[in-house]
Design a protein around this ligand. Sequence first.
Ligand code: UTP
Length: 421
Amino acid sequence: MYLTGSEKGMVIVMGYQEAYDKLEQYGQLHVLKYYGELSREEQEALIAQIENTDLDVLSLCQKKEALNPRGRITPIEVMQLPEIEQRKEEFTKCGLDAIKAGKVGAVLLAGGMGTRLGSDAPKGVYNIGLTKDVFIFQRLVENLLDVVRQADTWIPLYIMTSDKNHDTTTAFFREKNYFGYNPDYVTFFMQDMAPASDYEGKVYLEAKNKMSTSPNGNGGWFLSMMKWGVVDKIKEAGVEWLNVFAVDNVLQRIADPCFVGATISTDSAVGAKVVKKNAPDEKVGAMCLEDGKPSIVEYYELTDELMNAKDAQGEPAYNFGVILNYLFREKDLEEIVAKKLPLHIVEKKIPYLNEQGELVKPEEPNGYKFEQLVLDMIHELDSCLPYEVVRNYEFAPIKNKTGIDSVESARALCQENHIEL
Ligand code: UTP
C-alpha cells in the first residue's frame, strides 16, 4: 500500500488565535516569530503542525530525573538453547501451523533517524555489499522470504516509517520490486512525530514555518497502526501474532517458526528473543521481572549488586539481553494500548534556526527528543517468554559506521554465516 499526498495531509481545524493560545499555554510563542513573513500556504502548514503536535511533553524535561521510577528488579526465567533444541520439532510444527493459517504478521520498525550511522537516507537503504548490492532492507526481506518458502504462504509485512523517511522508503521498495516480496502483502504506515527542544524545553524551529520534530520513538507502533486503519485489516485477515523487529539487525530471523511455536505453546502474551550477554556490562537491556512483571532493565540502570547477582545455577542473574525482536499477541496489545508508556527524554543533535534565521546542523547534542519505547510495552503484559537465540547467527545490529555494532562488525558476521556480500 502506498500513502497518497492527501492521505498524509492534515486537516486544519485550528485558526490563528487558537494556535496562539496553545503556544502561549505551553510557553512556546517564539514559534510564531516569522509568521508575518510567511506565505499563506506556509502559515497554514505551521498552524496545522501546531494543531497536530503534542506540546505537553516539552514541560517534562524540567523533571526528567523523576520521570520513570523503577520497581523491584528480580531475575526472570529464560528459555535457553538446550531446552529449545530439545523441543525444536514440536515448536516448529506449532509455529508453522500458525503461519500457514495466516495468524502471524511481521512489523518492521523503520521510522528511526539512524543518526549514529551518519547517513541522511533511511537506514534500510544503506548498502552493506562489498562485491554487489546488499541493502539492509534486502537482507531483512530475504530473511523473511526463507520462512515464506518454508511455510509456502505469504506473511503480511507491515512497515513503519516516519514523516522524515516515508517517501524515500516507499519509493525504494517500489524501485527494487520489493526484493521479491509480494507487494499485496506489504503495508506501510507512518508513526507520529514529537517536538524537539533545547535544554529548557523551548521547541526549536527547523524552518520559519516548521517546528523541529523527530519520530516519537518505536513505542507508538501499535497506536500508529490503529490510527492508519492497519489493525482493522489485521483483524479482518485473522492475524493474531505480530513479530516486531528493528531495521538494523541484518541477521535476524523474522516470523521464525520455532520462536512463534514456543511463544504460542507456552501461552505467553509476548515472546522476546534474547542473546547471552558478552560481558556483564554490555550495553544491552537485560530481561528481568520488575515488581513481579516481565520487564527490561537498561544497562545503565544495572547496579553493581544486580550485575554481580547469580541465579540458582550460579550464572549471572541478568545475563540475557533483548535484541528488539518480539512476538506480541494482538489481542493483548489492544488491552494495553490505552495505557501511557513512559516517556524517555534523550539528548540529541537537533538542526535549528539561529537568531539570524539560518539553519544550523550542530556537531554536538544541543537539546532533547521525546520518545516512547517498544520495550516498555513488555512490562504492561502479564507474561513474557524470553527465548534465547545463538548470538552469532541472529544478532548483527548496525548502529554505527565502524567499531561495535557497526557496518564492519555486521559484515563480518554475515560472512561468518556464509551470506555473500
Ligand atoms: P534506535 O534506537 O537504534 O534509533 O532504533 P535510530 O533512530 O534508528 O538510530 P539513532 O539512535 O538515531 O542512531 C531501534 C529501532 O527502532 C526504530 C529504528 O528504525 C530501529 O529499527 N525506530 C526508532 C523507529 O521506528 N522509530 C523511532 O522513532 C525510533
